[in-house]
Design a protein around this ligand. Sequence first.
Ligand code: CO
Length: 227
Amino acid sequence: MRKLESLFVNNKNWAKTITDSEPDFFKNLSKQQAPQYLWIGCSDSRVPANEIVGLAPGEVFVHRNIANLVIHTDLNCLSVIQFAVEILKIKHIIVCGHYGCGGVRAALDNNNHGLIDNWLQHIKDIYRYYKNDFDGNLPSTEKYNLLCELNVIEQVTNVCHTTIVQNAWKEGHELTVHGWIYDIGDGILNDLEISISGLEETDQIQNIVKDFLEKSVSLKKSKTQQN
Ligand code: CO
C-alpha cells in the first residue's frame, strides 16, 4: 500500500512550526492535558473543532459523530462526557452543530442511505416532535437551518439529562452546557444562547426552547420577506 507521504511531510512541518516558537511545547503537553472545554461536534470535515475556535493541542477535549448527536445509550459519547467532567473537570461542554449538515439533510428526505438511517432516526424524531413549530411559510432552506438549530438544542438537553452532568450539578460543580452553530458558508460561529448551568435551568428547558423558537422562526421569516 502506498504511504500517504504528503501527510507525514505536513506533520513534520506542523510540529516544527510549533517547536520553533515554543521548544518545550510537546514535552510539556505530554505530561498532562488540562483542557477547559469539551466539544461535541459533527464529523463533517469542514467543521474542525480546534481550528474554528483557535485552540492549540491540549485545550479542547473532542467527541465527534455524524450530526453531533448525544444518544442516551451511546457508551462512546457518554464515556467521553464522563471522562471530561469527572476526571478532567472541564467547566464547559459545547454542543456545536452546523448549517449545511448532511446528516440533518438526509433525515429530512425520504431516501434510503443504508445503515446510517438508523442513526439519523434520532433527527427524524426531532423533526416529528417540533413539526408544528415549522411555519408552513418557511422556505425549505430555512426549515433545514431550523432543524440544524433544533438538533443542537435537543443534544444540549440530552447532555443536561445525563446522569454524569446531573450528578456534577448535584455535587455543586461549576459546569455549563452551551449550544452553538457553525456556518460552513462564512466560517462564523453563532451562539444559540441556550446555555444551561444547573438543575433548575434544566427544568426550564421547555421555556428556553419556546423563546428560542419564537425568535428564530420570526428572524427566518423576516429574512425570507427581505429576499
Ligand atoms: Co454535519
